[in-house]
Design a protein around this ligand. Sequence first.
Ligand SMILES: [Zn+2]
Length: 277
Amino acid sequence: MKLGLFEIDILSDGTLALDGGQMFGVVPKPLWERHLPADTRNRVRLGLNCLLVRTGTRNVLIETGIGDKFEPKFTDIYGIDKPTTLLAELEKRGLRPDDIDIVVNTHLHFDHCGWNTRLEKGTLIPTFPRARYFNQKGEWDHALHPTMRDRVSYRPDFFQAAEDQTEFLQGNHEIAPGIRVEVLPGHTRDMQCVWIESEGECACFIGDLVPTRAHLPYPWIMAFDLYPLETLANKQRFLPQLAARGALVIFPHDAETPCVRLREESGKMLAEPVSLN
Ligand SMILES: [Zn+2]
């Protein structure tokens, strides 16, 4: 799909399954299961959405999915029942890993940075050899020293080997013309969303501020969030801005409806699905 002078494409790395209760925080199951039905282990199926932006001079990859560096216990807990697909999705578009110029992760939870690195003959190396990787410094430091509560969400082997190619950001930043990040604390202290803007059109890869379309209601906030009241305040401030700007909104974990436009009606956020094909 064209966005001004840019071309944008959602690339899937497949799906994973997460506990439905963890995904919806204080929202009771009779309400959330109408949107995302649970399997026999109470897990809901979630997409691993990445966004490719071709600006004409740069190929930008936002998020890198979950990768392929798992043990059997990991694939079982997270329901990864098929090989992941990000590199094949790039190849379908005629792109090899060394065609990627810029990699941005909204944060470093394992389901957002899996392909930042890969294993070659037992050694971890950056998957995208020419790319500059953009991460918030605070997120990187926290990912290497998480708390007991959130350490299961981080896998240093998924991102650390790309350190030499990483630009460490401290707050909002323009990464390239038309590509900028905005920090939205809540899910983690330093999570960032990514704005894509060209010729008056705009899209926002919203990160885990709103992981799926079902999380648009303000209090529908994941139990994973370290600062849920900041998530709430940021949703209340940020979603009306997206609606007012007519932005395309891309969700990281919605397998069915990865992209929408928002409309505010009597204090509620309504979503109109948009197909990027
Ligand atoms: Zn996350």
